[in-house]
Design a protein around this ligand. Structure first.
Ligand code: GLY
Length: 775
């Protein structure tokens, strides 16, 4: 009976591709695989596939390709130069080389070290691509690379490291014991190979050949002079030696020998290298002391991970005087979020990146011991979420959308407290809704008449939409009702922004008949500003001495109210007004490159265009960033309601203008105006990025050919906003995102949080979630 169970389990495992994993967790990876289209994983997955496609077209790697000559004369011998050794400036031939700790010599390129690393990285990419996509071609290439490196007679590496990390002019150019760390990438490689086992390209011959190779390599590690010395080292080299040997022995089928090393590991390595206070003294003399402390710890974690798969718990091992992996970790995490100057030793470069490596180690510890709330909290606080990082596909990540909404919950609780406090101490009892922060950094409230009054209620509706919690419905309703008088505001086009973001979202989620009547009334009000001769809605009434009939690109955003009212009432006048406005704007607002003017002024007598200006941009002929975002969003939504292909083409053209703009920074968060000559010293406008991301997710639905491009770009924008623009919890006056710019020429709201950035960001996340769910 027992036997049958095992057979069944084995069959099930091979069918699902579930293989023994030492370093990575197969169950976790299968869970990731089922969520590859989510915001949490999509960017990492597409980056992986792009990399794997590049790896497909690369040649195989081999030690016989090196430019330098092996001291043995055998090109199959692996050779590498000692990383931190440089030509001697005091001798004519540069010999013997001299030491510069922490500074890598570029001559490394002439030998095999980087080729070995590149081969292992390529096999890893290809194996992961095979696992996640199921496409055989990736496995086939991975196997080809493995054969070239390890198995094919003409190109194989001899299973030893006799010439690893040699120092020209020293010790007869023999390799050093420290050179044994060069093959550490094989540890991950052997884990990658586990992923190939379901592939038909990976044959029994390959498996047997590789097993033999690693068996011989392990023997060399155990018996060579270098191996014996490395084993006797007192620092990270000894840890790495044990770790490698464990993996190679296991892979080659010698589990008892691997277990022997694991059983000695706590006393011989953990307790020997970590002090009771968590310091690792043998790493602290280095110029990269923080790096080497983390590096050593990460190798200990590699051993803990494989040990735990064999049922041995090394993580919780503690010496009588308190030495353990945890104490070492606690010491390193005590510097998270601090400046490099707080580290009492040297760390000449890479401080930030090391902090992130430590955050990743926290996850690896949590995988083995999920009860460590403190580590969980530290990770949440200090880990940057690089959504394209391949690491996510190995170790998993929290759901980004849910994580952000959790943050937004706490933040909006705080925001509502701030609104109340600022309202109570202010003389202006009409200002009731949050818009941004003033020059003193204090919450700026506005009256319902302000064009921004609908965004905060709209954001609260997003909270309700995501959580379904009554609390948010009540809060959203309370703030929404403050805006109701605006349904009769005939003084500007902004009634669309105000009522659609508040009541429009409220109605969409609740079908409350009272909300519907406000929407319809607001549409009637807005349509009064439509001039059939001009074929557009008048935006503003101010500056009458400058403009006769100003229409601004922002006005495209008010059409949704009209389209919705037409849908709700069947009154096609609203539809025709919106459609005509969109058509007129398409004709007059755009330049041939799809960039948009801000203000187009029409002659009320002839209906002809009088002039094309800017009000909030850098110059009349410039591309004001938020204006371009309004245009993209506006035409995408006009297409949603009309299915007019010229609107779709327009939206796609504007997307092209924005995304291919040479002044769009690498993080895709635009400067406030694409033509400000002060770029790159000009302020950013995160709000334009939020509007763009939300529009791109919508546009992805209508653009079968470019759908992934639009949604991937939306993800990249959202990912960068999450990583670099998020406000601090219970600070920043309760806003979600920093670095928006309202009205730069008026020196108003420059580089501050603004309510509409938050609103469109939450909408973007909501739309993204909808795309993932296929809604
Ligand atoms: N609609 C005004 C602005 O975008 O600033």
């Amino acid at each position: 009976m027992r036997k049958i169970c095992w057979v069944v389990l084995f069959l099930l495992a091979s069918k699902t591709g579930l293989q023994a994993q030492w370093l990575w967790d197969a169950k976790k990876m299968h869970a990731i695989k089922s969520r590859l289209t989510s915001l949490t994983y999509a960017s990492a997955y597409s980056a992986l596939m792009a990399q794997a496609d590049r790896d497909l077209s690369r040649n195989t790697y081999s030690v016989v390709q090196k430019k330098g000559v092996a001291p043995s004369g055998d090109k199959h011998d692996y050779v590498s130069l000692s990383r931190y050794w440089w030509p001697n400036p005091n001798t004519a031939d540069g010999l013997p080389y001299v030491y510069k700790d922490g500074q890598s010599n570029p001559e490394l390129e002439r030998y095999d070290r980087n080729t070995l690393g590149d081969m292992c990285a390529a096999v890893k990419n290809l194996s992961l691509a095979f696992f996640y996509s199921g496409e055989e071609k990736y496995a086939q290439k991975a196997v080809k690379l493995l054969r070239a490196w390890f198995l094919d007679k003409a190109t194989l590496m001899n299973p030893n490291l006799e010439y690893s990390q040699f120092i020209p002019g020293k010790d007869n150019s023999k390799g050093r014991p420290e050179g044994l760390i060069d093959s550490y990438s094989f540890v991950e490689l052997l884990n990658s190979i586990q992923l190939l086992k379901t592939s038909k390209s990976y044959t029994t011959n390959d498996e047997e050949g590789l097993k033999r190779w690693f068996g011989r390599f392990a023997k060399w590690l155990q018996e060579s002079q270098q191996g014996k010395k490395e084993k006797a080292a007192k620092n990270n080299h000894a840890t790495a030696y044990d770790s490698q040997l464990i993996y190679y022995l296991l892979f080659s089928g010698n589990e008892p020998a691997a277990r022997d090393i694991i059983n000695d590991f706590a006393s011989k390595r953990i307790f020997a290298q970590i002090e009771p206070d968590g310091k690792q003294p043998n790493e602290l003399w280095r110029t990269l002391a923080y790096h080497y402390s983390q590096y050593n710890l990460s190798h200990m974690l590699d051993v803990c991970a494989v040990a735990s798969k064999l049922g041995v718990n090394l993580l919780d091992k503690k010496s009588a005087d308190g030495r353990s992996i945890y104490t070492a970790m606690d010491y390193l995490v005590s510097f998270l979020g601090k400046e490099v100057g707080s580290w009492p030793y040297k760390q000449i470069s890479g401080w930030e990146a090391k902090q992130q490596d430590i955050c990743k180690d926290l996850v690896r510890i949590l995988d083995m011991n999920p009860s460590l709330q403190v580590y969980q909290a530290l990770f949440q606080k200090y880990a940057r979420q690089d959504i394209a990082d391949q690491w996510r596909l190995l170790y998993g990540a929290d759901d980004l959308v849910s994580r952000f909404f959790t943050f937004a919950s706490a933040q909006f609780d705080y925001a509502m407290n701030r609104v109340e406090a600022v309202y109570n101490e202010s003389a202006n009892k009409k200002a009731v809704l949050p818009r941004s922060v003033d020059k003193e950094g204090k919450l700026a409230l506005v009256a319902p008449r302000d064009w921004c009054s609908g965004f905060f209620p709209g954001s609260l509706w997003m909270m309700y939409g995501y959580t379904g919690a009554d609390k948010w419905r009540t809060a959203a309703d309370r703030y929404t009702r403050l805006v109701e008088p605006e349904k009769n505001d005939r003084s500007s086009h902004d009634v669309g922004f105000k009522i659609n973001c508040s009541y429009g979202n409220g109605y969409h989620l609740t079908k409350n008949a009272g909300y519907k009547s406000v929407i319809v009334q607001a549409a009637a009000t807005l349509s009064k500003r439509f001039n059939p001769g001009v074929g557009a809605i008048r935006s503003w009434d101010f500056n009458r001495e400058v403009w006769q009939y100003p229409v601004i690109i922002d006005n495209m955003m008010n059409l949704e109210l009209l389209f919705e009212a037409a849908r709700l009432t069947g009154n096609q006048d609203y539809y025709r007004i919106a459609d005509t406005h969109a058509a007129t704007t398409l004709k007059n607002h755009f330049r041939p490159d799809y960039s948009s003017y801000h203000v187009v002024d029409y002659d009320t007598a002839t209906s002809k265009v009088r002039k094309k200006n800017t009000h909030q941009g850098y110059a009349d002929g410039s591309a004001w960033a938020r204006g371009q975002a309004w245009a993209l969003y506006g035409y995408t939504m006009s297409y949603r309601y009309t299915r007019n292909p010229s609107y779709l083409k327009q939206a796609q053209g504007v997307a092209q203008f924005i995304l291919k703009n040479r002044h769009l920074p690498a993080d895709l968060i635009p400067y406030w105006d694409y033509n400000d000559p002060a770029i790159p010293k000009a302020p950013r406008d995160a709000s334009a990025a939020c509007i763009t991301a939300s529009a791109l997710y919508e546009l992805a639905r209508y653009s079968p050919n470019d759908s992934s491009f639009y949604s991937q770009t939306g993800d990249a924008i959202v990912g960068n906003l999450l990583q670099y623009y998020q406000a601090k919890e219970k600070a920043d006056e309760g806003f979600l995102l920093l670095h928006s710019t309202g009205h730069y020429p008026h020196h108003s709201e420059v580089d501050v949080p603004i309510s509409y950035a938050d609103y469109y960001f939450l909408e973007a996340l909501t739309r993204r979630k909808g795309l993932e769910a296929g809604l």
